[in-house]
Design a protein around this ligand. Structure first.
Ligand code: PRX
Length: 652
């Protein structure tokens, strides 16, 4: 569809009049952010409270061999004081966090005020200190979506410890690798994680993980359900320690460039990497994007449905909203439990103003039918957000018409774990929306589209290539934990002088950006980012598997599904039982989110004469698009392709 025939939705007068930023404001501010980044960010850096104000603003280099990113480098601050203490005088009794439990029939929602948040975070910070955690130490958080997850993050920030959250859906092996990866001193977990009416045994997962970690690693256990667990010498009872802990803990003075957190994310190689975000720039960027992109105003109730195990939860459940003194919802459950109306029931119950979720959830709920939406009062909704993967126009239209009743602008926010906050996004009062487009850069962001082969910038509109950033922004990751070389290699070596996103992108005739999906071996399953190499390593770790190749294929609800081609050891016969066994195996090696949707037995994989697997061909077969396989003459054995086509799996 070209720009002329695309449907587009200009902001309503009402939206414009309420919005922080209109079209003119965006143009002026964006121009200022590019022509004078130091001046622009010196001004916007003031949105957080500094203990010692910064005198330097931007000091960044994308130069090969010298990748160095620092913002506000001589300023000092404390992130937890910015998210809590500074609000106490004006909004101590305002709700900071609304916690909504998994099962609304057995438990009520909790409203936690800023004052209560202060007390709980201080106590937890004191508990951490008592357990020997000091500035710079790493703490792994493996918790359900309970308020203690936010307390733990903020308590780490308070004393200058670095948190690394591991999504509660990850397996013991994945958890253990992350504990070891950052040499954590402590794991904070819970007995069980209720989700969708089921319970994940987090404590026993942690016990299994810690078998492969140093004996000195301690474990702090929150009792979420009170269910039975085993207890070891390394375990400490959170509830008991909190009873004893003082409710005041002075916030540590941290440098703007001290790490705030590590978050492991998947790339195109087997090992997930520890993305490092620091304190000052990250907080400024998370808070500013939260306010402007969601058009957040004082008194609004903001709901981001992500899990704190992902970056979206870090920036838009905890740090951005709380830095802005917002009321933020933490939801423990899933969109379809107890029924497919849960999201809308929660929106109605808490009078949600801004609602932010992923296309996969929108598609699943669209499939459940409009009745689930229509029986709830969504009249407080003012804005809808989407994140994690491209949103297809059908889902966009349903979100707009049925959920937003045509009155709520949709912000389709493109960003990444690495970027800390939104990169390309509409602004509700400024942008004429196009379903499926991420549209325009946020302030300070300089997107460029490069020719993938030559690496040369493609000028003009109506073009397509790979998406890079020409310069730094304050929320950018600073390094890969313990491996700065990998940071440079992953993001700055394919296209010298640029940050490479890993995504393909189109700039349409109007200059709006459309993300076309990853161009590397990363797939996006239900908004969860996964390296195909990770799933492959899990599969080949099974004794009966000789070789495996994993690709994504289009999936109606998940966006992409996981398609695995598996070559068995010579003595093994394929069977449905073995298929099941491999599915369970991958679940245990990585977690349920990595379970292959389809496994095809492959007597051989298409390889070049030098032994490289031709993934392009495997992708085409998985997509049922084998009419256009391209040149297969360079394959060592072209006949394997016919076998793979004949035995391809039915995607329905
Ligand atoms: O491919 C892009 C896709 O998700 C990737 C980043 O994944 P992750 O680091 O897990 O962060 C997800 C949440 C910020 C990107 O490289 N992606 C994210 N948002 C969008 C998107 N693709 C299209 N449109 C989006 N709005």
């Amino acid at each position: 569809m070209n720009a002329q025939t695309q449907p587009s939705f200009p902001p309503s007068e009402d939206t414009v009049s309420r919005a922080h930023i209109d079209a003119r404001g965006y143009a002026d501010m964006y121009a200022a952010s590019i022509s004078d980044p130091d001046g622009f960010w010196a001004e916007h850096g003031k949105r957080v409270d500094w203990i010692k104000p910064f005198s330097k603003v931007k000091n960044t280099s994308f130069e090969p061999g010298n990748i160095d990113i620092q913002w506000f480098e001589d300023g000092t601050l404390n992130v937890s004081a910015n998210c809590i203490d500074r609000h106490l005088e004006t909004r101590g009794d305002q709700t900071a966090i609304i916690w909504e439990p998994d099962d609304p029939s057995t438990q009520d929602a909790k409203h936690i005020t800023y004052r209560e948040l202060h007390s709980s975070v201080c106590k937890m910070a004191n508990v951490l200190e008592e357990l020997g955690i000091r500035k710079g130490d790493r703490v792994v958080i493996y918790l359900p979506m309970i308020p203690e997850a936010a307390y733990a993050m903020l308590a780490c920030a308070r004393i200058g410890a670095i948190h690394s959250i591991v999504f509660a859906g990850f397996s013991p092996d994945a958890l253990g690798a992350r504990v070891n990866g950052c040499d954590a001193k402590l794991v904070i977990t819970a007995d069980y994680a209720p989700r969708g009416g089921r319970e994940t045994p987090l404590k026993s997962n942690t016990d299994a993980a810690l078998l492969h970690c140093k004996d000195s690693v301690k474990c702090l256990v929150v009792k979420r359900t009170g269910g039975q667990t085993t207890w070891t010498d390394r375990d400490y009872d959170y509830g008991e320690m909190m009873l004893e802990a003082s409710d005041y803990c002075a916030p540590a003075e941290m440098s703007a460039e001290d790490p705030l957190f590590i978050l492991y994310t998947s790339g195109s190689t087997g090992q997930p990497k520890g993305v490092v975000h620091t304190s000052g720039g990250y907080l400024v960027y998370a808070a500013m994007t939260h306010e402007y992109v969601f058009d957040y105003h004082d008194g609004d109730v903001f709901w981001c449905t992500a899990d704190v195990g992902w970056v979206t939860g870090h920036s838009y459940i905890v740090y951005g909203p709380l830095a802005n003194g917002a009321t933020t919802i933490m939801f423990e459950g899933v969109p379809t439990y107890p029924d497919a109306g849960r999201f809308w029931e929660v929106c109605a119950k808490h009078k949600v103003n801004q609602f932010y979720t992923a296309p996969t959830a929108i598609r699943a709920l669209m499939g459940a039918g409009n009745d689930w939406v229509e029986k709830h009062d969504l009249s407080n909704l003012r804005l809808l957000g989407s994140v994690g993967e491209p949103i297809n126009p059908e889902a966009w239209t349903w979100y707009n018409d049925v959920v937003g009743k045509g009155n709520c602008p949709i912000v389709d926010t493109f960003w990444q774990t690495e970027t800390g906050g939104h990169m390309l996004t509409p602004l509700p009062g400024a942008t004429t929306l196009k379903p499926g487009a991420a549209q325009q850069p946020f302030f300070g962001v300089q997107p460029v589209v490069l020719d993938p082969q030559s690496g040369v910038e493609i000028d003009g509109n109506g073009i397509e290539g790979v998406l890079c950033m020409r310069d730094s922004w304050p929320g950018q990751m600073r390094t890969v934990w313990g491996d700065h070389e990998r940071f440079e290699k992953t993001y700055f070596s394919d296209y010298k002088g640029y940050y490479f996103s890993g995504d393909g992108c189109r700039r349409d005739e109007d200059g709006d950006y459309w993300i076309t999906g990853r161009v590397d071996d990363v797939i996006n399953v239900s908004g969860h980012r996964m390296g195909t190499a990770e799933v492959e390593s899990a599969l080949v770790a099974h004794a009966k598997v000789a070789e495996a190749a994993v690709v994504g294929y289009p999936h109606d609800v998940k966006g992409q599904g996981i398609y695995a081609y598996v070559t068995l050891m010579g003595s093994e016969a394929p069977s449905d039982e073995l298929r099941k066994e491999l599915e369970v195996w991958v679940r245990t090696e990585i977690g349920p989110i990595a379970k292959p949707d389809l496994i095809q037995w492959a007597p051989g994989l298409p390889k070049t004469r030098s032994g490289k697997i031709m993934r392009r061909i495997l992708r085409k077969i998985a997509e049922d698009d084998f009419g256009s396989l391209g040149d297969t003459s360079t394959l060592a054995d072209p006949s394997v392709v016919d076998d793979l086509i004949d035995n391809r799996m039915n995607r329905r």
